[in-house]
Design a binder for this molecule. Structure first.
Ligand SMILES: [Zn+2]
Length: 192
C-alpha cells in the first residue's frame, strides 16, 4: 500500500485545498514530519477552531487582499501569503488531507534540521487545530499518534524525525506551543 492508501484506510479523508494553496513542486523522499498548531483566534476569537472557516482561511491567505472572499481584514497582510500543510487534525480528532502527499506544502518556511534547510522539500506538514491558550483535545493526540505511526512505519523513520515547528524554526516559531503535551503524544502511540 502507498502512504496515501494507508492513511485513508486509517480514516484520514481527502479534502484538498485548491492548487494555489500549495507548491506544484514534487515532494522529495520524506525525511521528517513537522508538527504545527494553528487557529484563526486572532481574526475570529469567537470561533477560532471552526473547520470550514479554517479551510477558507487557507484559501484566502494564499491570495492577495483583492481576491479574498471572507478574510478581508488587515489582520492578514494584504499581499499574497504562502501557507498550508498536508494534514489538518481538527478539534474533534478528525483528520483530513489538505495538500496532496506528492506535492510540497508551505508549512515550515525558513527552517533547518540536522543540517538540512528548506524543509518543505522533504517534510510532511501536520497542523493540529489549537492555540497557546487551550489544551489540545485527547482525540487529537490519538489521531496524531495514529498518523505519525503510519508515517514512520512507511518511511522507516523514528520519533526523532517528528519535531515541532519550534524545533526547526527556533527563534521564529513557537508552535505547537507549550499547550502541546509531548509526553501525552508519545504515550498515545500504540493505542490509536
Ligand atoms: Zn507552524
Amino acid at each position: 500500500m502507498t502512504l496515501l492508501e494507508k492513511l485513508i484506510a486509517a480514516g484520514v479523508t481527502e479534502n484538498y485545498l485548491p492548487p494555489h494553496c500549495y507548491s506544484q513542486r514534487d515532494i522529495e523522499p520524506f525525511k521528517l514530519a513537522v508538527i504545527h498548531g494553528m487557529s484563526i483566534k486572532n481574526i475570529y476569537p469567537d470561533d477560532p477552531y471552526d473547520p470550514d472557516l479554517i479551510r477558507q482561511f487557507w484559501i484566502d491567505f494564499n491570495r492577495p487582499l483583492s481576491e479574498r472572499e471572507v478574510f478581508t481584514s488587515l489582520d492578514i497582510p494584504p499581499e499574497r501569503r504562502y501557507g498550508s500543510a498536508h494534514i489538518m487534525i481538527q478539534r474533534d480528532g478528525s483528520a483530513e488531507l489538505n495538500v496532496p502527499l506528492d506535492k510540497q506544502a508551505w508549512h515550515a518556511g525558513k527552517s533547518e534540521w540536522h543540517g538540512m534547510e528548506n524543509l518543505n522539500q522533504c517534510s510532511l506538514g501536520i497542523e493540529c487545530v489549537g492555540s497557546s491558550d487551550d489544551p489540545y483535545e485527547y482525540r487529537q493526540y490519538v489521531a496524531l499518534a495514529k498518523i505519525t505511526e503510519i508515517f514512520m512505519g512507511h518511511e522507516g523513520l523514528d520519533l526523532s524525525h517528528i519535531p515541532g515547528h519550534f524545533q526547526v524554526s527556533p527563534g521564529r516559531k513557537i508552535d505547537p506551543w507549550d499547550t502541546f503535551d509531548w509526553k501525552l503524544f508519545y504515550s498515545t502511540m500504540g493505542i490509536g
